[in-house]
Design a protein around this ligand. Sequence first.
Ligand code: ATP
Ligand code: MN
Length: 463
Amino acid sequence: MQKMTVAEARQPDAAGKSARLQGWIRTRRDSKGGFSFLEINDGSSMGNIQVIAEAALANYETEIKHLSAGCSVTIEGEVKASPAKGQATEVQAAKVEVHGWADPETYPLQKKRHSFEFLRTLAHLRPRTNTFGAIARVRNCISRSIHAFFQEENFLYVHAPIITASDCEGAGEMFKVTTLDLAGVPKLNSAVDYTQDFFDRPAFLTVSGQLEAEIFACALGKVYTFGPTFRAENSNTSRHLAEFWMVEPEMAFFELTDNMDLAERFLKRIFSDVLSQCPEDMQFFNAQIQPGVLETLETVVANDFVRLSYTEAVEVLTRSGAKFEFPVAWGHDLQAEHERYLTGQHFKKPVILFDYPRTIKPFYMRVNDDGRTVRAMDVLVPGVGEIIGGSQREERLDVMQERMREQKLDPETYWWYLDLRRYGTVPHSGFGLGLERAVQFVTGMANIRDVIPFPRVPGSADF
Ligand code: ATP
Ligand code: MN
């Protein structure tokens, strides 16, 4: 007997095969005709397979008639073409083996719809629901697509460290990593004596793998990192996590336009892979989570992104007459509300903003000839806002040193980063895509806490 997934058993060509299926009961319905319908799901697809369990089965009265949502089973039987509407096949059970019961009096996932807030308190059970199963499959599809895209384009996958002593300047607040006893921190002249700490110096969880990726790009050409990233910003928004996953390509001999072209092709590839590889899950998001999300993705894949300089964006926003909480003025960072207006209301498509004022951007972004702006770029998408942040990097040693003085940074701590400009420097560029923001955009899920298996946010690191 062949072991088969539910996804495989649901295919028309499975009819006529005998199969062993293993999974969890979603529902049981008893027919007046003296048999039962069991809906089984094993995570291989959104849809369940219907199993027909006849009263003649040995454990029909003792077990099968007591099955309820959440019970785990092995079914052996024959896959048949189904006469019922909406399913190609069903399984006629020859044997139903129960592995684990799930007391319906206490099992929290009942048939009714639960709020996402409630399900966050059940992060150990929520993957068993339709929504969270679909998110897990889409997230997996995007992750595979990310690697496929870069591997096909001959990028090297580089592993950046998670523990770091350098701050990717401006990226956000950092978590400290220490083995010092917090109840009795050793002091030297009233400051913490880090020479007694594990690394002999202050150490942190990484906020970005960019600086390390630059090292490898400046030796090997095109590289990317893809890993967990940590930011201790105390922002309770629907777009921020304290721990998230970031993809960061970094390319030697790429200027800003090359960087924008790559980002656009990359996003389109991810979105079209989801459309072609997860059609059933996407139908679900379109019907149950965000009506129109399918059409949005299809148009995004088929059309050019808008490219707009920061200066032009400020003009568009000023002319718009829209009411914003934060005023718009050249030289100030754009707020989420401004970004959402541009991409969601004004252009109604992804927008790449570039050439930001130098005063609001980190020292490593390349200064333009106008002296006032730097070669930064942000990709904004409707609904989510910023999904990618990147730039062409400053490759001129003297300009970078001046920028570091300007921002009161100690060149000593960045000595190796400056060496990249000192020896064989090249124009280079890169960007960072937040994986969860991409999953949010694709699925239409409103809160970022629902697109990562175990969200870490201020005040909560359960499970
Ligand atoms: P934001 O302005 O939205 O806080 P950022 O400008 O601080 O983001 P970058 O440093 O440019 O973010 O990081 C690159 C990408 O990483 C962002 O475009 C976003 O997709 C993602 N990202 C950044 N911070 C977070 C976070 N706290 N949680 C989830 N994703 C994030
Ligand atoms: Mn950014």
